[in-house]
Ligand binder design. Structure first.
Ligand SMILES: Cc1cc2nc3c(=O)[nH]c(=O)nc-3n(C[C@H](O)[C@H](O)[C@H](O)COP(=O)(O)OP(=O)(O)OC[C@H]3O[C@@H](n4cnc5c(N)ncnc54)[C@H](O)[C@@H]3O)c2cc1C
Length: 597
């Protein structure tokens, strides 16, 4: 979908949903908070959004729904989540339940599941077990082969929508022996099971997403017909892992939505709150913190842009892209939220403040991006397992390999470039050393220097300085390679589990993010709307990344911060999403009196 079409679709959804501060709108913050306080599943919000077609725009057009590109649903969900992460989660769980079929089901299975969802039926994803968490190979729910199908026994726990769904995709053991081919996926229709063979477990009380139905299912010899199996017998782990790659790339949107709403609320406060003669926004320290938070969010946006588009433009590398985004975005934005807490001051502590009460909910809800669909540690481990190969090719790939990466990068980070169709069959579990972000990074920095030559005054200086910092950060590949080789020699078999490898993996994510920011700038600068692109913002993004390595060194000055503040104020005042997409948001009530309440 072109940038213009996606923007128009996003604007339609925003207009439909209206001002979240208006209690008469369709998903107002007041009702969202009530649902949260009362732990009451948001049926009305979910139904409303399904009727509008949000789910349909997230599911494949090729099988009867409306999505050609994954990023359409990703961005619509982002607009839902900026109002209520719980509602967005409740909706997206249907997609998670569909994923194994999307990846490995027959055309008929995909078509009929989509048709069922279009008639209001709900899916969920039954992967996790209480005893085994991330250790999927140990999963014990068993599907014993019987005449015409399977008898399913065991418990799935911490399953979103387990109570309200109609069908659940269950990851169950079908093989007698252990190993990667021991499990299969069965799409279980709860309404076709004998009453005494299935039971919903109590809904859990939650820290965040309090209104979510997070519960479980216990099966006791439930009969499931063979036709309900997705993919081949023994393919369960592969389907689960490939489904997880898409889920990981997409769930980062919720963390960005939470940070967007909080930053917007904080600006509502700092722009009108006057202390000692100045608005809080104009106090230099607060101003820097606001702009840094904005730069973090835009950095997360650039990383997510590439990761979501990689599902279509570089599916062979998705194991790396999805793990980078799943580790980096929630971890980074969690810290950003802490910074914003301090600026909002005491109001951050108030649970039901009419204007700022949403912040404390967003603070809790953001964490779902940390835990669901593979926690951050598992994702770092996945990067660690591939790190040697990734560093070797990032440092020494042949010119033709770099050239191919640079060409793909133009699609990965060109917001208006047409994407190839999503073909999950092309997803790989390991990227064989390829990461187009790092491979195309040096080319992107060269392009940035060319753009700088055409720019004038401060903009020229900022772009050149951003290119210098990017060069410095990307240049760490050589030293990382040396450290990784030395560590392997020193630790031997302990290397794979070592904390040092986790730290190297974190550093790798910073390099990937550096490249993502520069690539977004060079491949999308010509389709961005005023006040973007911004050399000052890019430089501040580079500084934010560099500060993970040198926390007390700055590369920006007050002039840069003032310019980024101008960009931020523009987006806030004009009601545009804090994103390179800059979707127009619904008008919002600016309640100046709220700073005194
Ligand atoms: C809001 C929410 C919604 C969810 N929805 C669903 C759903 O719809 N369907 C579903 O199936 N599940 C769902 N889950 C479950 C969730 O996806 C799993 O709980 C999770 O992926 C399993 O990991 P765990 O955090 O429970 O940790 P565990 O796997 O028990 O691990 C505990 C800790 O051990 C460490 N660790 C684990 N593995 C490694 C490793 N390889 N290397 C190093 N350290 C490691 C980490 O520090 C980790 O935090 C949901 C969870 C939440 C919170």
């Amino acid at each position: 979908m072109s940038k213009a079409d996606l923007t128009a679709l996003a604007a339609q959804l925003e207009e439909h949903l209206g001002d979240p501060h208006d209690s008469g709108s369709r998903i107002p913050f007041t009702r969202v908070l009530d649902h949260d306080e009362n732990q009451e599943y948001p049926h009305a919000f979910v139904n409303q959004l399904r009727r509008w077609g949000v789910l349909d725009h997230t599911l494949p057009a090729a099988h009867g729904a409306r999505a050609d590109d994954i990023e359409t649903g990703f961005n619509l969900m982002r607009l839902v989540a900026r109002r209520d992460v719980t509602t967005a989660t409740a909706l997206v769980i249907n997609v998670l339940g569909f994923l194994p079929a999307w990846v490995g089901g027959t055309d008929e299975q995909k078509r009929s599941l989509i048709e069922e969802m279009q008639r209001g039926r709900g899916l969920s994803w039954g992967l996790t077990e209480r005893e085994h968490g991330s250790d999927l190979l140990a999963n014990e729910v068993v599907a014993e082969k019987v005449d015409g199908g399977y008898r399913l026994t065991g418990e799935k726990w911490l399953i979103g929508n387990a109570t309200v769904c109609d069908k659940v995709a269950v990851h169950a053991r079908t093989g007698k022996r252990g190993g990667p081919a021991a499990h299969s996926i069965l799409m279980v229709d709860k309404w076709l099971l004998d009453a005494d063979t299935v039971e919903e477990l109590p809904v859990e009380k939650l820290h965040g997403l309090r209104a979510l139905d997070l519960s479980g299912l216990r099966f006791k010899g439930a009969f499931v017909p063979e036709s309900a199996r997705i993919g081949a017998e023994g393919q369960g782990l592969e389907l689960a892992l490939k489904s997880g790659q898409l889920a990981r790339a997409v769930i980062s949107s919720f963390a960005m939505s939470a940070a967007d709403t909080t930053l917007r609320l904080v600006l509502d406060f700092t722009e009108v709150r006057v202390l000692m003669g100045d608005t809080v926004s104009d106090v230099p320290y607060s101003r820097r913190q606001l702009t840094e938070s904005f730069a973090d969010l835009m950095l997360a946006d650039a990383v997510s842009l590439g990761a979501v588009r990689a599902l279509q433009a570089a599916p062979e590398q998705i194991s790396v892209w999805s793990s980078v985004v799943k580790y980096l975005v929630p971890t980074l934005l969690e810290k950003t939220m802490s910074q914003l807490n301090v600026i909002l001051g005491a109001r951050f502590f108030l649970r039901d403040h009419p204007h700022y009460g949403m912040h404390q909910k967003m603070l809790r809800d953001l964490m779902v991006a940390n835990f669901a669909d593979g926690n951050t540690v598992v994702n770092l481990r996945n990067i660690g397992q591939q790190l040697g190969g990734l560093l070797t090719s990032a440092g020494g790939a042949a010119p033709e390999v770099r050239q191919a990466s640079a060409e793909r990068a133009a699609t990965l980070f060109g917001m208006d470039s047409e994407l190839p169709p999503y073909e999950p069959v092309k997803q790989e579990m390991f990227s064989r050393g390829l990461d187009d972000a790092l491979l195309a990074g040096p080319d992107a920095v060269r392009r940035l220097r060319v753009l700088a030559e055409d720019a004038k005054g401060n903009e020229r200086d900022w772009l050149l300085k951003a290119a210098d910092v990017a060069d410095e950060l990307l240049g760490r590949v050589a030293s990382m390679s040396e450290r990784s080789v030395a560590l392997k020699a020193e630790l031997g078999r302990e290397y794979a589990q070592s904390t040092e490898l986790f730290e190297l993996s974190k550093e790798y994510c910073l390099l990937h993010a550096t490249a993502a920011c520069v690539l977004t700038f060079v491949h999308s600068h010509d389709v961005l709307e005023d006040p973007l692109p911004s050399g000052a913002l890019l430089l501040l993004q580079m500084e934010r990344l560099r500060k993970h390595l040198y926390p007390y060194e700055s590369v920006t000055d007050q002039v840069v911060i003032d310019e980024v503040m101008r960009v931020l104020r523009h987006l806030h005042r004009e009601n545009l999403l804090f994103s390179h997409w800059q979707f127009p948001l619904a008008e919002r009530t600016v309640d100046d009196a709220a700073t005194r309440r």
